[in-house]
Design a protein. Structure first.
Length: 193
């Protein structure tokens, strides 16, 4: 086995696999979910939190001040197949939305489209900016575990471009064992040939 082949194999293992996806909420076809309306198959309701799952990511409406069972997304004033929610009287003051990976883990955020009267954006508890009116968030965030959007009177996000963070490079000891195994395999093959 040639040294270049060994290095290529090590590079493939070390790189890990990250796959990009765009959350487009195409599974949301009705105008309302929650607050007595049926939930989509990809949604769950737990207490005052309404969670939508798509492509290994989850978007959760956290509505701590909503009346029990009243938290909901969607409204006739918004386009279907987006993730939209109201604050204030409908979901209660202090509502917010989080984006995270199903089961936890780090991810990279490349951007998303939005329409909001005002929302603060934070990543892992650190404020990273504010959004208002209609636009596209283009500030890339890497290696985060949670994105949080505060709520204003109206809020809508779509086309959320995310990617699971690449796996970590193996520890030096693991890498040495892997190289040793590949070298031993190459020697055994050379002796047979």
């Amino acid at each position: 086995m040639k040294f270049k082949t060994i290095l290529a194999a090590v590079a493939l293992v070390a790189a890990g696999s990250a796959s990009a996806t765009v959350l487009n909420f195409d599974g949301l076809t009705e105008m309302m979910y929650g607050d007595g309306f049926a939930l989509a198959d990809s949604m769950t309701y737990s207490g005052l939190n309404l969670t939508y799952v798509e492509s290994g990511f989850q978007v959760t409406l956290n509505a701590p001040n909503a009346d029990a069972g009243a938290a909901h997304i969607g409204d006739g004033t918004y386009e279907p197949q987006t993730y939209n929610w109201h604050d204030g009287m409908e979901n209660g003051a202090g509502s917010f939305v989080t984006l995270s990976r199903v089961g936890g883990g780090k991810f990279d955020l490349k951007g998303f489209d939005y329409y909001t009267d005002a929302s603060d954006v934070s990543a892992d508890g650190t404020w990273v900016g504010s959004i208002q009116d209609a636009g596209t968030w283009t500030t890339a965030l890497t290696g985060i575990t949670a994105l949080r959007l505060s709520s204003g009177a109206f809020n809508q996000i779509d086309n959320v471009d995310v990617e699971a963070a690449a796996s970590a490079v193996p520890l030096p000891g693991t890498l040495a064992l892997m190289l040793g195994g590949l070298a031993a395999g190459g020697l055994a093959r050379r002796r047979r040939g």
